[in-house]
Design a protein. Structure first.
Length: 598
């Protein structure tokens, strides 16, 4: 075969959502990379191959929605091409033998449109469109597959052997037409489960011992043109459309997602994520078995699928994995599914992509500027950060198998996990604190303590579950269930970041958000332990350990928040709007009509 040689500053292996997002972000932040960045993808530009188009979940949350809309500049595109997402909603059957309508469920219903608009993504469509965008920006696209890669140590040039493929209607009919050699200074592995880097470096960790014991699997379908009457709401008590939410349905050891993919035709992705100690993959390895499972356990979803046309069927008998290294000293990184995936329960995959990509771009700014010290600092810092964030997302699924089907236990779990996401991760992302090595050091140093607090709370929920105690039903969307009108999803913005437009780097008072998060976490702990153990909770050592830790951190962060406010005296909340106000000082109204001729 003809051998060619081309060198690029950066080569991205994989043109899925992670790789294309990384490519677009790099070119937006550093336009000078046009012509110096390449992306390699074996799938067709048409993205019409359903057999190879594996997707587990297609939903964004606030962090990932802001990443796509603001960081990637896709707000208009998303509004025009993808369904809005109004929230995450959760449903437990009142009686497992009767699940024909939504009246048969206990539900946490979203009460209003979200403060930050999220989107449901049709992944085939957005990946196809993103590919066109990055090529127009100046990325060099190779329709091919990486056959071999030389991951040299340190700053040595990396070499990739790439097979170029023909463009065919069917993916399986593609043929190798040429083999080329590419060289690069930096490799981004976003190849998903092809693991371009992971398979050559022993970087992938799949054993449950590295995953907090997680052993899960997934089976799913996509269906189009469903009967909207089967899942349509005209409830007068809310200001959002429940059918455009991501809806979760629960049972023992499993949960099922229902995600809209198109606005008008009622296309859905419907799939089950299950734990292998409760359900064996052989029980859900065919369409007939999957439909039989739905008919017996979640009849409403069975009826939705039967009303439409099934597009495809997929399954992953082993779902979860993570990585040893995310940003390597040897000038490579892993993104998206090539880095980690645990469970699409809270749509954390897109959140991890957002943080990984932004850290990668910030890091490569220093590398391309030949600031070796700044680059090495961020390699170490961001690798620690992403490892901690992925462990948190992994820990969100810990002990799910025994909790999912219990509406009382799981609603409490969703309640306090939502509080942490909205009051910690979301404001940290808005303020771009994740790009600050100093913040990363503080965050990662407290990481184990945070996991230990969660472990103690999971033990309480285990006790509740094993003793069949009803500790009530908590709705993470509604206020007045804990203290005052606070709720995890609606009252998280303690620093008024959204109304004051505090989008600049570290303008938002994150310590204030952390302080109040720990205050409400203390109240959650107090109420949870009391519901689980009664008055005896007051002399429970676990209670004192968790309550005192969160209340101490409430006091500590509150003091730090005052320092932050002092340091920000005279600093505009938003420079763009401050400039507008300054410019307006010279404004004078002229009441005369300007003459014109036609």
């Amino acid at each position: 075969m003809d051998i060619k040689s081309n060198h690029y500053d950066i080569i991205i292996c994989g043109g899925g959502i992670a790789g294309l997002s990384a490519c677009r972000h790099l070119l937006l932040k550093m336009p000078e990379l046009a012509g110096r960045i390449a992306i390699i993808e074996p799938r067709s530009e048409k993205r019409n191959n359903l057999d190879e188009d594996y997707k587990v979940g297609e939903s964004t949350v606030e962090v990932s929605a802001m990443f796509f809309a603001k960081e990637l500049g896709l707000q208009d595109y998303l509004i025009e091409n993808h369904p809005p997402k109004f929230s995450l909603q959760f449903h437990w059957p009142r009686d497992p033998s009767k699940t024909d309508t939504m009246d048969d469920y206990y539900s946490t219903w979203a009460v209003k449109n979200p403060d930050i608009q999220a989107f449901q993504l049709n992944r085939c469509k957005i990946e196809r469109d993103l590919l066109k965008m990055v090529v127009a920006q100046g990325a060099v696209y190779y329709h091919g597959r990486v056959r071999n890669v030389d991951l040299t140590k340190g700053d040595e040039i990396k070499t990739l052997e790439v097979e170029l493929l023909t463009e065919e209607e069917e993916f399986k009919d593609q043929k190798v037409i040429e083999r080329i050699i590419l060289t690069t200074d930096y490799i981004v592995d976003s190849s998903g489960r092809n693991f371009v880097v992971g398979s050559r470096t022993n970087n992938i960790l799949k054993d449950p011992s590295h995953l907090f014991g997680l052993q899960n699997a997934s089976t799913w379908v996509r269906v189009k043109n469903t009967d909207r009457r089967l899942f349509e709401f005209t409830n007068q008590n809310v200001t959002c459309s429940w059918s455009y939410d991501t809806n979760h349905f629960f049972g023992p050891g499993y949960w099922i997602w229902m995600i809209p993919l198109e606005r008008s035709t009622r296309d859905y992705s419907i799939g089950v994520s299950y734990h292998r100690d409760k359900i064996a993959p052989s029980q859900l390895n065919s369409m007939d078995k999957f439909m039989s499972f739905l008919e017996k356990n979640q009849k409403i979803l069975y009826n939705v699928i039967k009303s439409g046309e099934i597009v495809d069927f997929h399954r992953w008998p082993k779902l979860a994995h993570t990585s040893r290294t995310f940003f390597s000293q040897d000038n490579w990184c892993v993104l998206g599914d090539a880095a980690a995936i645990f469970d699409p329960f809270y749509s954390t995959g897109m959140v991890m992509i957002a943080m990984e990509v932004e850290c990668m771009t910030e890091m490569l700014k220093y590398k391309l500027a030949k600031d070796k010290e700044g680059y090495q600092l961020r390699v170490n810092s961001y690798d620690k950060l992403i490892r901690a964030v992925t462990q948190v997302n992994n820990h969100l699924i810990k002990d799910h198998s025994n909790h999912l089907g219990n509406a009382s236990v799981m609603s409490w779990r969703i309640y306090f996990e939502s509080a942490t996401y909205f009051s910690v991760l979301l404001p940290a992302y808005i303020g771009k604190y994740h790009l600050c090595p100093i913040f990363v050091e503080h965050f990662t140093s407290d990481h184990e303590n945070n996991l230990n607090i969660r472990n103690e709370m999971l033990k309480v929920l285990d006790h509740v579950n094993e003793n069949n105690i009803n500790i009530g039903f908590m709705d993470n969307h509604r206020g007045s269930q804990l203290f005052g009108k606070w709720s995890p999803t609606s009252s998280w913005d303690h620093d008024n970041a959204l109304s004051d437009c505090k989008y600049g780097h570290k303008r938002l008072n994150l310590p204030k958000c952390l302080s109040w998060n720990n205050f409400y976490q203390s109240l959650i702990i107090l109420k949870l332990y009391y519901r689980a153990y009664g008055i005896s909770a007051l002399w429970n050592s676990s209670f004192f350990k968790t309550f005192s830790s969160t209340f101490y951190r409430f006091s500590k962060f509150y003091l730090v928040s005052l320092i932050h406010d002092f340091n920000m005296i005279g600093v505009p909340k938003n420079e763009f709007y401050q400039k507008m106000q300054d410019d307006f000082k010279s404004y004078k109204y002229n009441n005369e009509v300007i003459d014109w001729k036609y």
